[in-house]
Design a protein around this ligand. Sequence first.
Ligand code: 3PG
Ligand code: MG
Length: 393
Amino acid sequence: MKSILDKSLILKGKKVILRVDLNVPMQNGSITEISRITKILPTIKLLIEKEAKIIILSHIGRPKGKVVNGMSLEPISKKLADLLNMKVLFNKDKINEKTLAEINKISNGSVMMMENIRFYEKEEQNDDAFSKKISSLGDIYVNDAFSCSHRAHSSIEGITKYAPSYCGLQFIEEINALKKITSQITKPITCIIGGSKISTKIKIISNLIKIFDNIIIVGGMGNALLKNTGINIGKSVCDDGYKSLVGKILEQSKVHNCSIYSPLDVVVSKELNGDGTIKEVNEVNNDEMILDIGPKTIRLIEKIINSSNTVLWNGPAGYFENPNFSNGTKKILEIISNKKSKDKIYSVAGGGETVAVISKFNKLNSFNFVSTAGGAFLEYLEGKELPGIKALN
Ligand code: 3PG
Ligand code: MG
């Protein structure tokens, strides 16, 4: 994969089509979380320093090929201008001869952002003529949107057929982090995986079992393992097909010598908005729900993390939205954070909800790497070949 750091790449005066992921969360027209913007600044700054002309392509939301007012990238171009402390031109026009003429006028080191690329229905169709058309916006193409690389869309995949293509700095960081937890591992390696349903993460677990030493399953997913041993989980969430899912996990874990852990104790309540009571796993009543892990489980997780050299975290340990059930999730973050500050460990976290949780509890610095990717991160962990990566290889 060629990157913008390639020595042979001359950027001065070149029009660089830079695909980034500016799909940031917004509320009433303001951006509520900016890490996807801050993470692409190094690439933009490097391109500016090398005197390239930068044409930014991105999407926000899912406008499904229609122009949707609330999904304009214009407010984001303003935020980017603030962060770069320079003018960022914004091009509202449809891509046509006029746009090309505007682009030809911009000077070296300038930045122009195009309107939401998903306002074109051909984008998601990966339409060949459209891919060719957007390639005409510049001389070379740079993908710094790892978090969109699970999408075979024109601005991610199709365009690479029509322009010399490179990856950006953020893309390299994401890939390097993922390699350190999938192929270039310092063992022992442990994964703490949570979330509500095991069915949504079965492919990840099946893939990780082959390479991980320990997998600790918490959250609603842990309920499936408990129920499978005959424990009453009351009215807790649980996958319908839990028997075959758990059966598959346990069978594969034996083949690949991976230890699977489930909660030893839990925090229960009759209501989501109720108070929590710590219980042994075999003490749950019919009218109760398991909403967090208990102290014994937290100590077990601490012991396993402390004897690991690499850790991956994805998915909360409980219903953290209610502070009465956020202790398990917070403690896992603390344990990983403490281990990072006192020993050598390599820790990675990723997946949409996971990043939101880490950010909520102000623990972004607890990990060596926090991915900005949701779906792309998870699909990579499933062992899938992502179209955006394949296109650059
Ligand atoms: C994301 O937020 O996951 C990426 O921006 C991709 O967006 P999508 O899930 O709408 O394709
Ligand atoms: Mg997504």
